[in-house]
Design a protein around this ligand. Structure first.
Ligand code: HEC
Length: 144
């Protein structure tokens, strides 16, 4: 049974497409946000994109060609073994659903947030397809 059904709606002022409705079930988001499967290769590029709140600001990732990795969040090496795909999707879409105090931005939510940079107001950081691409990439990061 769904623990919580969160339906995210774009605000009327949003220039972006309406957000896809997202259902949180048993600590994850089981349904993909798009019908196009995520691309791990695209995801690996997206996570480094500094214009999209790069994960590397806060996390170490197995991307050796990138010199600077943050330490605010836990290292993400092996994260694809620690969490299922639905759990990874929720951690990107809305980490504040897990820890309301987290410093990690919500990459696919626009309402009820604080400290949002002006350029992100009314639009999610990632598109629905970018969420799927990054989830697909994270799922490849298996512990040995
Ligand atoms: C501003 C800092 C920041 C940014 C940017 C950030 N995160 Fe995080 N992230 C955190 C922190 C801090 C945590 C620890 C969990 C908490 O705070 O509740 C975390 C936790 C996580 C977790 C769960 C890790 C675990 O071991 O439980 C995943 C997965 C994750 N982040 C992925 C990402 C990805 C992928 C990106 C980029 C799309 C990203 N994060 C961007 C700060 C950040």
């Amino acid at each position: 049974m769904p623990l919580l059904l969160a339906v995210l709606m774009a605000s009327p002022l949003s220039q972006a497409e309406d957000l896809v409705a997202v259902a949180i079930v048993d600590g994850g988001i089981p349904a993909p946000l798009t019908s196009v499967p995520g691309s791990p290769d695209r995801g690996r590029l997206i996570v480094r994109d500094i214009s999209k709140a790069s994960c590397l600001i806060c996390h170490a990732m197995p991307i050796p060609e990138e010199p600077d990795h943050g330490q605010i969040g836990p290292p993400l090496e092996g994260i694809g073994s620690a969490y299922s795909v639905p759990e990874l999707r929720l951690r990107l879409v809305d980490p504040k659903a897990i820890n309301p105090e987290t410093l990690m931005p919500s990459y696919y939510r626009i309402e009820g947030l604080t400290g949002v940079l002006a350029r992100y107001a009314g639009t999610p950081i990632y598109t629905a397809q970018e969420i799927e691409d990054v989830v697909a990439y994270l799922a490849t990061l298996k512990a040995d």
